[in-house]
Design a protein around this ligand. Structure first.
Ligand SMILES: NC(=O)c1ccc[n+]([C@@H]2O[C@H](COP(=O)([O-])OP(=O)(O)OC[C@H]3O[C@@H](n4cnc5c(N)ncnc54)[C@H](O)[C@@H]3O)[C@@H](O)[C@H]2O)c1
Ligand SMILES: O=P(O)(O)OC[C@H](O)CO
Length: 331
């Protein structure tokens, strides 16, 4: 079977290597042709995933349609806000029988839509049963070094979720199947906002009590939004919910936690993101989710506080005091 992986950042490259090592023929598409040539020549992604060699069954492509046309599965690993424009480049390609697996985590800023909705909208010839997501606590730095990792393959079609599970499963990459694609996408996207909050707490120098509070009350926000969007209440206690929330709030690898940490130390958002080469999805997801939650009437105080600190220049300590001194509530 041939698999196309769209997006040659750290996650796309990691999954392309995993699938090639498993024996599939993989085409890894990089959207800049100069970068594609560099990857091809070096047989390594020294910019996003240094030290991981490409197996011989992995080819690098600079033409997206060439990568996709003969593939049975297409893995979407571009930044979330680029998913629509990437999918639109496939207009006219015969997608019959192909399965699209999105691994980008986020909510589209302009529309407030989940990424599987964006994919179906951009490519109307697809049926919902052809679309899946692969989410969960999975930093590229660890997966690429064959460290034990668990994720969830979700699709509204059980058969598709099981197929994706089968394709990605390895001895060190354990994949669970789930049919609640809504809950998985909401949890896996909103956790990045909560991770920014956790990083802010680290940057200020707060301790474990604050971190536990952010994770627990953050999960409550994820649960409320997910329920309002039609997700299953059980999903938040799974890998895409508490699992990914914990890893992102605690990990030294997390780009979202890092952004928060730098904000907590008093730096500006522009300064921090301007010097990063990798994407921190939580920044734009914060904007998208504040709009979405206000439209749906869902209370998300941590998310709103992160928004105020990132985009309204609210001083960090004042924002946290306001969060802590809201009217008392029942749990
Ligand atoms: N890195 C991880 O450990 C990890 C794990 C799980 C999920 N993810 C998710 O995967 C997605 C990709 O993350 P990543 O870590 O690979 O990012 P990255 O920052 O390492 O790389 C992003 C890649 O996207 C490319 N890109 C930028 N703009 C583009 C555009 N308009 N069209 C096409 N490609 C474009 C960049 O050139 C780069 O190759 C994100 O949504 C992230 O949340 C990442
Ligand atoms: O490095 P982050 O914060 O983008 O997190 C990456 C993955 O989503 C972790 O599962």
């Amino acid at each position: 079977m041939k698999i196309a992986v769209l997006g040659a950042g750290s996650w796309g490259t990691t999954l392309a290597v995993l699938l090639a090592e498993k024996g599939y023929t993989v085409s890894l598409w990089a959207h800049r042709s100069r970068f594609a040539r560099e990857l091809s020549a070096k047989r390594e992604n020294s910019r996003y995933l240094p030290g991981v060699r490409f197996p011989s069954s992995l080819a690098v492509e600079s033409e997206i349609r060439d990568a996709v046309c003969s593939a049975a599965m297409v893995v979407v690993a571009v930044p979330s806000q680029a998913v629509r424009e990437t999918m639109l480049q496939l207009t006219g390609v015969d997608l019959h029988g192909k399965v699209i697996v999105n691994v980008a985590k986020g909510i589209e800023l302009e529309t407030g839509k989940r990424l599987s909705q964006v994919i179906l909208e951009a490519l109307p010839s697809l049926d919902a049963s052809q679309v899946a997501v692969l989410y969960g606590p999975s930093h590229a730095e660890e997966v690429s070094r064959h460290q034990p990792t668990t994720v969830v393959a979700a699709s509204s079609s059980r058969a598709t979720a099981l197929h994706v599970q089968d394709v990605f499963l390895t001895r060190m990459f354990r994949v669970y199947a789930n049919t609640d694609i809504v809950g998985v996408e909401v949890a896996g996207s909103v956790k990045n906002i909560i991770a920014i909050a956790a990083g802010i707490a680290d940057g200020i120098g707060y301790g474990d009590n604050a971190k536990a509070a952010i994770i627990t009350r953050g999960l409550a926000e994820i649960s409320r939004l997910s329920a309002a969007m039609g997700g299953d209440a059980m999903t938040v206690s799974g890998l895409s919910g508490i699992g990914d929330l914990v890893v992102t709030c605690l990990s030294q690898h997390s780009r979202n936690r890092y952004v928060g940490e730098q904000i907590g130390k008093g730096r500006s958002l522009e300064e921090v993101t301007g010097e990063m080469s990798m994407i921190a999805e939580g920044v734009l997801t914060t904007r998208a989710v504040v709009r979405l939650s206000s439209r749906l009437g869902v209370e998300m105080p941590i998310t709103e506080t992160v928004h105020a600190m990132l985009f309204d220049n609210k001083p960090v300590e004042e924002a946290i005091l306001d969060l802590m001194t809201r009217e008392p509530k029942e749990e």
